[in-house]
Design a protein around this ligand. Structure first.
Ligand code: SF4
Ligand code: SF4
Length: 259
């Protein structure tokens, strides 16, 4: 059926009238900055502290536009007798944005969360060589990376958060069960025992640890061991520092304070 003459004109006028009444969506860039969504792929930021120079991003980049240089460094052992370790130290990290096709593979494969998308896009250059951003510039982009969106209220707690929470609870429980150092019973009993010591019982009723050693008594050289006395000792298996003093080593009542 042939179209009605002038119907095309009427349709066009109808579209014009309809759009005239709608709000304009044109953004007056650069006078007005565009309101970009948070996952915009503008530029790549590098969080250098997380990078272990594993080279995964450089190997997976389809454009081979990531350049990484590093050297190995020996870290001394943390404990005496421990093993030295070696680690990679980053010397250069650069991305050539004149080659990059913004596929995001490097960010996806990085196992240590060292690369992030930033929505910044105003880095056009008049010289193409300036589009190779070195590590300092990549780090500056890092500060423009938006914070990650909040988790859904019904989402599972992330594993990292669960592990950190459990560790904090464990440490808090340990702190509660361990008495503070000031409340630990200690020394007060020792002076009381010394006070109870009488001249008639110079050392027999006391613990071995409170007995003065013969070698510590001034003016009394240590006597050589007598085999007979050694066999008479009640605890021959004890070490020299713990053994009870022999008769010749037993202090006189008046000598107790000389230790
Ligand atoms: S976004 Fe893609 S092309 Fe660009 S550096 Fe990363 S892996 Fe290479
Ligand atoms: S994949 Fe990540 S950690 Fe490995 S070299 Fe690249 S940025 Fe560094």
């Amino acid at each position: 059926m042939a179209p009605f003459p002038g119907s095309g004109l009427a349709k066009g006028l109808a579209v014009t009238l309809r759009t005239m009444t709608r709000k304009s969506v044109t953004e007056q860039y650069p006078d007005t900055q565009p309101d970009l969504p948070p996952r915009t792929r503008g530029v790549i930021g590098l969080f250098e502290e997380n990078c272990t120079v594993c080279m995964l991003c450089a190997r997976e980049c389809p454009d081979w536009c990531i350049y990484i240089d590093s050297h190995k460094e020996t870290v001394p052992a943390a404990t005496p007798g421990g093993r030295e370790r070696s680690r990679n130290v980053l010397d250069r990290f650069a991305i050539d944005f004149s080659l990059c096709m913004y596929c995001g593979i490097c960010i996806e494969v990085c196992p240590f969360d060292a690369l992030f998308w930033s929505p910044e896009f105003e880095y056009a250059e008049t010289d193409i060589r300036d589009l190779t951003h070195e590590r300092d510039k990549l780090r500056e982009w890092m500060w423009t990376v938006p914070a990650p969106p909040a988790l859904d209220a019904a989402a599972e707690e992330p594993k990292e958060v669960t592990a950190a929470r459990k560790t904090a609870e464990k440490l808090a429980a340990q702190r509660e069960t361990t008495p503070p150092p000031e409340s630990a019973p200690a020394r007060p009993e020792r002076p009381a025992a010394e006070q109870a010591r009488t001249p008639e019982q110079p050392s027999g009723a006391q613990g071995d640890s409170e007995k003065p050693k013969a070698s510590e008594q001034p003016g009394e050289p240590e006597q050589p061991r007598d085999p007979e006395q050694r066999s008479d000792r009640p605890r021959p298996d004890r070490s020299r520092s713990d053994r009870a003093p022999r008769d010749s080593e037993t202090p006189e009542p008046g000598q107790e304070g000389q230790v």
